[in-house]
Design a protein around this ligand. Structure first.
Ligand SMILES: C[S@@+](CC[C@H](N)C(=O)[O-])C[C@H]1O[C@@H](n2cnc3c(N)ncnc32)[C@H](O)[C@@H]1O
Length: 376
């Protein structure tokens, strides 16, 4: 069933126009797509999220990469004006009104502006100073695996109080469409193999923004301290004398398998779990837990290294029939589970074109049907 949007408008199968290509436009387009609408985005430039949405949902989200014109609103049941400038949004609004089409004008694109990191790092950004001149603060917020419902209440509160949000690519990016007007969003998101902003620069942005008197939220995917480099950010703040605190988040290591029906521990199956990064060679403890079937192994950031990970486990003497599950894009509408055994999972994953982000679960709990009641 498709979910209604806004005041319950049933938009399934209906044309909706979104103007603008920033993260707010991306988030609105994603919500509309999920509610079943046929979305057309018209914008001269689009952000990475919007680009991804168009690629993944090519059948329901179309992109015209150019400035919107009056004729674009015709035939739409609803128009969402999320262009960068107020005059552009007003213009789209007028076109829609002229055609008697409902138009939602996004309040303040200020919430949508992805600041240019170089500009922020520039000395000239001092006009961002809060009038009080008080020392700001940094709050690391664990955003959970991606679904907006899976960030904590404390995390939402911190976002509501932020002056600046420094965000990652993973985590609940759609919540950024609903922060208060004027909040600046700095995207330092990393994609596999592509690190636009190095960690020391991120640390520097956090510290500098807080020293300008701003309340900075560092929104991170999952939990900040689980393979999230949150500790380094805390140390950087403390070294600079900037007040820093942490709102824990729901880690993908446990939540992504859980959402796919995989309990990382299960009575009479396994009572331990070992979480590791797939970027480095597996440690002896990780190899031993699969070889001895003594614990579930959960690997983050392992998709690109899957062949090597499997090779190491097999080399350590793990049973070839050990179940493996790979859960991609957990908690999002594009979540997918691919299963195999240690002996064949590399081929299975290649055939399925498994991509990051994904959580790899190795061990008896990854077998299909573990939670199916006996006899059904
Ligand atoms: C840099 S680590 C950060 C982990 C994060 N601190 C946490 O606690 O979830 C990023 C990795 O987490 C995993 N991950 C995060 N969100 C995910 C999601 N929604 N679905 C699948 N894997 C996810 C992937 O393995 C990804 O490569």
């Amino acid at each position: 069933m498709t979910a209604p949007v806004l005041v319950g408008l049933p938009l399934a199968g209906r044309d909706v126009l979104v103007t603008g290509g920033g993260p707010v436009a991306a988030s609105r387009a994603a919500e509309l797509q999920q509610s079943g609408a046929l979305v057309r985005v018209v914008a001269p430039h689009v952000c990475e999220d919007l680009h991804d949405l168009v690629v993944v949902h090519a059948d329901t989200v179309r992109l015209d990469e150019r400035d919107p014109i009056a004729a674009d609103v015709r035939g739409a049941w609803l128009v969402v004006a999320a262009d960068d400038g107020p005059s552009e949004r007003d213009r789209v609004h007028r076109w829609a009104e002229g055609e008697h089409i409902w138009c939602v004008v996004v309040d303040d694109p200020g919430t949508a502006q992805i600041a240019d990191v170089d500009t922020l790092l520039d000395e000239g950004s001092v006009d961002l100073r809060r009038p009080s001149g008080a020392l700001g603060s940094v709050t690391l917020v664990g955003g959970g695996p991606g679904a907006p419902e899976l960030i904590t209440v404390a995390g939402r509160r911190a976002l509501a109080e932020a002056d600046v949000i420094v965000t990652d690519r993973l985590g609940p990016r759609s919540v950024l469409a609903h922060v208060r007007p004027g909040v600046e969003i700095v995207d330092v998101g990393k994609t596999p193999g592509h690190h636009p902003v190095p960690q020391p620069e991120i640390n520097r942005i956090l510290v500098e923004q807080a020293q300008l008197g701003r309340r900075v939220v560092r929104l991170k995917g999952g939990d900040p301290f689980l393979l999230g480099r949150g500790g380094e950010e805390v140390i950087a703040c403390r070294e600079a004398g900037v007040p820093v605190d942490v709102v824990p988040g729901i880690s993908s290591a446990f939540s992504v398998p859980a959402l796919a029906g995989i309990p990382v521990t299960q009575r009479e199956v396994t009572a331990a779990v070992h979480v590791t990064s797939g970027h480095e060679p597996l440690a002896d403890a990780a190899l031993a837990c699969v070889r001895d079937a003594s614990a579930t192994l959960v690997v983050l950031m392992g998709v690109g290294n899957l062949g090597h990970i499997v090779e190491q486990l097999r080399g350590a003497g793990a049973d070839q029939a050990t179940p493996v599950a790979i859960v991609e894009r957990g908690s999002t509408p594009d979540e997918r589970v691919t299963r195999g055994l240690l002996r064949d999972v590399v081929d299975v994953a290649a055939d399925a074109r498994v991509r990051a982000p994904a959580v790899i679960v190795v061990g008896a709990v990854a077998a299909p049907g573990l939670l199916t009641p006996a006899g059904r």
